[in-house]
Ligand binder design. Structure first.
Ligand code: G3I
Length: 346
């Protein structure tokens, strides 16, 4: 070995250096967590969209295709095809699927919102919907957002067609509990989540969700986790409070998942953002991912889309956009590298 070069010697003695993961998916796999994105079946025919999704993520969730309106547009009509496309894509690429969502106040079909149904009728309609949708995807969806956004910012229950206007005939959080029981009966192995926004940190809304979760756990209601959406702006700095919230949920024996992460920034007329804002955006991504990864109970990080080419933000908040980790040409942004770095096993 006298004349062997030091690098070769190191290779013989300690073996080849492990290759650092280059994709989010590889990094998440090494770490044993899910990295996901909301996707739209209509874009899967676009080569770069599909290739990026399959390369970077080990989980997908349909952004709209499984919501009540899109999937049950008539009382006896189920439009399975678009959501089935997402599930087939995931299966073809070995990805897990999250289902979104079974009970929400938005994107309900006109036949329900204009139907003037009684509480008894709505009770049957919701039971039928949850049962049929969950059974259709039995064994194919590992986790469902069963109830989405049921609380107001002040911690009171939101008034919705399912809660109290007229509701399904159950007061307080009992209608939420009922939805979880129906979903569990339809697929006992699926993990069932309550999902909300602006409840990432300690505040009145997250306090109410925590109280409900504690009560559900104490009484054996089939709740498995809380989804923290994480639709953020650049001013998001409350990561210590976020960790405290994740910790208290985890201590109930529940999972936490980041379900809809994006960080909107000001954009010009053609969607362009400043380099400084893109760097600050990356910091928010890194801090959010690190807050999750500190806890083994935080099992998934998912972004709401993955390319700035298709994002809900400019439609709902004109003047803002560029919220995701890939730009409109599928080039990785600083936010991508921040996520990758946070995911890489240290
Ligand atoms: O599909 C119809 C199309 O047929 C019609 O011609 C067109 C005309 O406006 O609308 C299309 O539907 C739109 C749909 O997105 C699909 O693009 C709806 O109008 C539009 O309201 C809908 O927006 C979605 C929004 O939820 C609805 O509330 C966004 O894409 C979706 O990203 C957003 O997702 C929500 C999560 O589910 C829950 N958390 C918040 C998040 C962001 O708002």
């Amino acid at each position: 070995m006298k004349n062997t070069c030091p690098l070769l010697l190191a290779l013989i003695v300690i073996g080849p250096m492990p290759v650092s993961p280059q994709t989010l998916r590889e990094a998440a796999n090494q770490r044993g967590v899910k990295i996901g994105a909301a996707i739209a079946p209509a874009h899967l025919g676009e080569t770069e969209y599909a290739a990026t999704a399959a390369r970077e993520f080990n989980q997908v969730e349909p952004e709209n295709a499984m919501k009540f309106g899109p999937i049950q547009p008539g009382p006896q009509t189920f439009n399975w095809a678009p959501a089935d496309v997402v599930v087939a894509f995931a299966q073809q690429h070995g990805m897990a699927v999250r289902g979104h969502n079974l009970v929400w106040h938005r994107q309900n079909p006109g036949w329900i919102t204009s139907g003037h149904f009684t509480a008894d009728q709505l009770h049957s309609i919701l039971q039928d919907h949850i049962t049929k949708v969950v059974i259709h995807y039995h064994g194919q969806i590992y986790a469902w957002d069963v109830v989405n956004e049921a609380f107001n910012a002040d911690g009171t229950l939101r008034s919705t067609i399912w809660a109290d206007s007229p509701g399904i005939g159950m007061s307080g959080t009992a209608y939420i509990e009922q939805a979880f029981r129906w979903a569990h009966a339809a697929d006992p192995k699926a993990l069932l989540f309550y999902n909300d926004y602006d409840a990432e940190v300690m505040n009145a809304k997250s306090d109410s969700i925590y109280r409900m979760a504690k009560d559900f756990k104490a009484r054996g209601v089939p709740l498995d986790g809380i989804g923290l959406q994480m639709h953020f702006k650049l001013d998001e700095t409350r990561f210590a409070s976020m960790e405290a919230n994740i910790k208290r949920i985890a201590e109930l024996g529940l999972q936490v998942q980041i379900t809809e992460l994006d960080v909107r920034i000001p954009v010009g007329p053609s969607g362009e953002a400043s380099a400084a804002d893109l760097r600050r955006q990356a910091d928010v991504y890194r801090n959010a991912a690190e807050a999750c990864l500190k806890f083994p109970q935080c099992t998934a990080i998912q972004t709401w889309g993955f390319t700035d080419k298709y994002s809900w933000i400019p439609h709902e908040d004109p003047g803002f956009g560029a919220g995701l980790e890939f730009d409109t040409n599928y080039r990785p942004k600083p936010a991508f590298y921040a996520l990758l770095d946070a995911l890489r096993t240290r």
